[in-house]
Design a protein around this ligand. Structure first.
Ligand SMILES: [Fe+2]
Ligand SMILES: [Fe+2]
Length: 222
C-alpha cells in the first residue's frame, strides 16, 4: 500500500482540476495530489547527509502529530466521528513516536530539542480563528502536513542507505497516507465539498510557498 493506491483514490483526483493549480510554476509534478509541489532533490540530499538529525526531528514530528489529534478531540469533544477517527490517529502517532524513539536509542542519539522550521507555524497562521472556519482550516492543515509526511517518508524509504531504516520509513508510509485521507474525509463530512476543495487548494499553495526555499537545517518539513 502506498502512493499508487492514493493516486487512484477518487477523492484525491478533483484537486488536480482546480483552477488554482494552473498558477503552479514549473516545479516537478507532485506524486500526492493534495500537494502542489514535489520535494526537491536538494532536500533529499540534505536529509540523507544528516540522517541522525532527521531521525531526531522525526521523533518531534510524531509527538506533535499525536498532539494535533488530541487537541482537536479536546476542542470538539461532541463531534462523534471526529473523536472516533482522531482517537485512532493519536494512538498510531504515539506508536510511531515510540518506534522512532527506539531507533534513536539503537543509534545512541539522545532526545533533545530542535529548532523548528517555519513550516508548521506558517501553516498554523493560516487557521482562521472563528468557527466554522477554524475547524475546517485545522483539518485541512493537518491533512497537508500528513500528506507531506507521507511523501517525505517515502523519499527517505527510497534513498536511505541504511536498509533497515529505509524499511522502517516505508512501513510508516501507509499510516501517514491513511491519516491525510482521514483528515480530508472529516472535512468533507462537516463541510460542503466545494468549500473543502477551494480551501484545500488555497492552503496547499501556502504549503508550497513555505517549502520554496530549503531551510538550512535538515528537517522532515523544511
Ligand atoms: Fe506518524
Ligand atoms: Fe500521521
Amino acid at each position: 500500500m502506498g502512493r499508487e493506491i492514493l493516486d487512484g483514490s477518487p477523492y484525491l483526483s478533483r484537486l488536480a482540476l482546480h483552477p488554482l493549480n494552473t498558477l503552479i510554476s514549473a516545479m516537478p509534478a507532485p506524486s500526492i495530489k493534495f500537494l502542489q509541489s514535489a520535494t526537491s532533490n536538494a532536500w533529499i540530499e540534505q536529509a540523507i547527509a544528516n540522517l541522525d538529525i532527521v531521525l531526531l526531528d522525526h521523533s518531534h514530528c510524531e509527538r506533535k502529530a499525536a498532539g494535533v489529534a488530541l487537541n482537536l478531540m479536546f476542542r470538539y469533544p461532541s463531534r462523534t466521528r471526529l473523536v472516533r477517527q482522531l482517537t485512532t490517529i493519536a494512538q498510531e502517532e504515539l506508536a510511531h513516536f515510540d518506534q522512532v524513539n527506539q531507533w534513536l536509542e539503537h543509534k545512541g542519539i539522545p532526545l533533545a530539542p530542535l529548532a523548528a522550521a517555519p513550516y508548521g507555524a506558517g501553516l498554523r497562521a493560516e487557521i482562521r480563528p472563528q468557527e466554522p472556519d477554524r475547524l475546517l482550516d485545522s483539518l485541512l492543515v493537518a491533512a497537508l502536513i500528513e500528506a507531506r509526511s507521507h511523501e517525505r517518508l517515502g523519499l527517505l524509504g527510497d534513498h536511505c542507505p541504511d536498509r533497515d531504516l529505509a524499511k522502517f520509513y516505508r512501513s510508516l508510509m501507509a499510516s501517514e497516507a491513511r491519516h491525510y485521507g482521514a483528515y480530508w474525509v472529516l472535512a468533507t463530512h462537516y463541510y460542503d465539498r466545494q468549500l473543502v476543495d477551494d480551501r484545500l487548494a488555497s492552503l496547499a499553495q501556502v504549503e508550497k510557498q513555505l517549502l520554496a526555499n530549503l531551510y538550512p537545517q535538515p528537517r522532515i518539513h523544511s
